[in-house]
Write a protein that binds this ligand. Structure first.
Ligand SMILES: Cc1cc2nc3c(=O)[nH]c(=O)nc-3n(C[C@H](O)[C@H](O)[C@H](O)COP(=O)(O)OP(=O)(O)OC[C@H]3O[C@@H](n4cnc5c(N)ncnc54)[C@H](O)[C@@H]3O)c2cc1C
Length: 380
């Protein structure tokens, strides 16, 4: 019997079928164009919202799918398996911030429009001089007649160019201990004076994802857009929610590693060298056996993390282990698979070459793997 993930119930399996068909029909054929234009078509968000691909784990009363992280994982897996870059994971991540800290009015105002794809969301924490050291961020928000007035800039922001809603990390108080001065403010960007989006950043991979800088010059946002009941909670809110993003990345990493093994197995059965398929060479079989084993070990650990997350018992150290180990493993497996493709593995027309370029950032995003090791070490 083949291994089955325990979190895939009949309902989740049915959802996977819909998601897979949709991605295959509506997203996969447009990938070359999305890569060229540095992001998906604006219409793609509405189409995704129409089939329930956005906010699958947000309650239905707020315009979400009413599912669990299993539904979110299915979307991420199917995107990875189709080689499609689409920032729905960031949309879900912002959805979680709103569910966790948003007031009733904020939830009703933004979540249904995010679920339908009318509103694209981004989360903007990173700055030129504040990445791993988030507490060093400099973007300031000062209070002035019923508004926050925001000045500063953010970089590497996924969904940045298309975002109508930015969950923004700012300093609301400069004269307190660094982490206590940070707050999260929700910025509605449409026709917002002083708000500017930079040009798309030229990345090594993930070309179909919209990633850019955001600039704030005396941008006025109502005080009511603060997330949470008081200023100064932004850092702890991010620390509470980043594990969700790390689990999302782990899901994509595992799916991508599995895909690499499948694609390469197919390739080496067909590619001939010295009068026989590459698969007949012992080195090929051994390398693929190693990759398959590594992918399977990762899958089993990830599945246990997903199951624990769904019931609310996943600890931060285990999430960090998943993010660190699965993304390192993804890069190792894909690199071996490139080697088994020979020169074709270096040609961007072959999926494995794009996967190699795309995978590298996984070890950096949502907290670098070095930071993950710090988190694991703190738990010892
Ligand atoms: C494609 C892409 C998309 C992204 N999307 C978003 C987004 O949507 N929103 C957002 O806010 N950010 C986003 N980021 C930013 C990402 O989260 C940061 O790049 C990441 O947190 C690392 O920060 P940094 O780039 O400033 O590196 P640095 O913090 O400068 O790190 C450089 C090196 O030093 C190491 N290092 C730093 N501190 C320590 C330490 N204490 N111990 C050991 N080693 C350490 C790091 O591990 C790394 O190897 C994105 C980045 C990329 C590349």
């Amino acid at each position: 019997m083949t291994y089955q993930s325990g979190w895939i119930t009949d309902d989740v399996q049915l959802f996977r079928k819909t998601v897979r068909q949709f991605i295959h029909r509506e997203f996969a054929p447009h990938q070359a164009r999305w890569r060229e234009q540095h992001g998906p078509d604006a219409q793609a968000w509405l189409k995704a919202g129409g089939v329930g691909l956005l906010l699958p784990d947000v309650p239905e009363e707020y315009g979400g799918g009413g599912g669990t992280f299993a539904h979110e994982a299915v979307v991420l897996e199917e995107l990875a398996r189709a080689g499609v870059h689409f920032g729905s994971g960031i949309q879900s991540s912002v959805g979680r911030y709103l569910i966790a800290y948003g007031g009733e009015e904020q939830k009703r105002k933004w979540l249904p429009r995010m679920g339908s794809g009318e509103l694209v969301a981004a989360i903007a924490m990173t700055e030129a001089s504040a990445g791993s050291d988030l507490q060093a961020l400099k973007t300031m928000a000062r209070r002035e007649s019923g508004h926050y007035v925001i000045n500063g800039s953010k970089t590497f922001i996924t969904n940045g160019a298309q975002a109508g809603l930015v969950c923004l990390a700012v300093k609301t108080e400069a004269n307190v201990a660094r982490m206590r001065g940070i707050s999260l403010i929700v910025v509605e960007t449409e026709e917002l004076r002083g708000y500017r989006v930079g040009r798309p950043l030229e990345k090594v991979g993930m070309h179909g994802l919209d990633t850019c800088e955001l600039f704030f010059d005396e941008v006025r946002v109502p005080l009511a857009n603060l997330l949470g009941t008081a200023e100064g909670n932004g850092f702890s809110q991010m620390m509470e929610q980043l594990p969700y993003e790390r689990l999302q990345i782990s899901v994509g990493a595992a799916a991508s590693a599995e895909l690499a093994v499948a694609l390469t197995t197919r390739y080496v059965r067909e590619r001939m060298a010295f009068g026989k398929p590459l698969m007949d060479l012992q080195n090929t079989r051994f390398k693929l056996a190693e990759c398959k084993t590594q992918a399977q070990i990762g899958r089993v650990f990830l599945d246990s993390c997903i199951e624990r997350f769904i019931v609310g018992s996943l600890d931060d150290a285990s999430t960090a282990m998943a993010k660190y180990w699965l993304t390192e493993s993804q890069c190792q497996i894909i690199d071996e698979c490139v080697q088994l493709h020979g020169g074709y593995g270096y040609m961007l027309e072959y999926p494995i070459a794009r996967m190699w370029a795309d995978s590298r950032v996984q070890r950096i995003c949502a907290g670098t793997n070095e930071i993950m090791k710090e988190l694991i070490a703190w738990s010892l």
